[in-house]
Design a protein around this ligand. Structure first.
Ligand code: HEC
Length: 127
């Protein structure tokens, strides 16, 4: 009986884990590839320390779940309409929405691996 409950819980957890997009291991090559993608596709709006064209992404991993970040980068326009956090962001940055991109799922994991690698860098004032 008790074992049955435990097995049930394990199955439940496995299903929940499948629903969520998990971060793949951040290898050195994923981070390097992600840095190139960030440089090409993101840095024009997301400088690490300033936020004129878009929000600063420093510390983002303590604010958002990994699966939310994947969903956002996959479809910033759709998430800006259909997701409650997304709608708030879109309202806040009304004059300057994040455009759609052609990144594959793999590209997105790589760019997130790079972002995670710089996520905890100190700000210049903290050096
Ligand atoms: C043309 C400017 C622009 C580009 C290019 C851009 N973004 Fe954005 N980004 C924004 C804006 C503006 C927002 C705020 C939400 C909105 O209005 O769309 C945003 C929001 C975000 C958020 C959510 C921030 C939060 O506080 O939750 C993430 C994550 C993000 N961008 C990542 C990226 C990544 C990764 C790239 C490159 C693949 C990228 N962005 C490219 C302008 C941009």
């Amino acid at each position: 009986m008790r074992a049955g409950i435990v097995i049930g819980m394990v199955i439940q957890f496995s299903i929940a884990a499948c629903d969520k997009e998990e971060a793949p291991p951040a290898t050195r090559s994923a981070i390097t590839a992600g840095a190139a993608i960030f440089e090409r596709e993101c840095v024009s709006c997301h400088d690490a320390y300033t936020s004129e064209m878009g929000p600063t992404l420093l510390g983002i991993f303590s604010q958002r779940e990994y699966s939310w970040l994947v969903a956002w980068i996959e479809d910033p326009i759709g998430m800006g309409e259909g997701d409650s956090i997304g709608r708030e962001l879109a309202r806040e940055w009304a004059g300057n929405r994040m455009p759609p991109n052609d990144l594959s799922k793999r590209d997105i994991h790589q760019v997130l691996a790079y972002m995670a690698s710089i996520d905890t860098f100190p700000r210049p004032s903290e050096y």
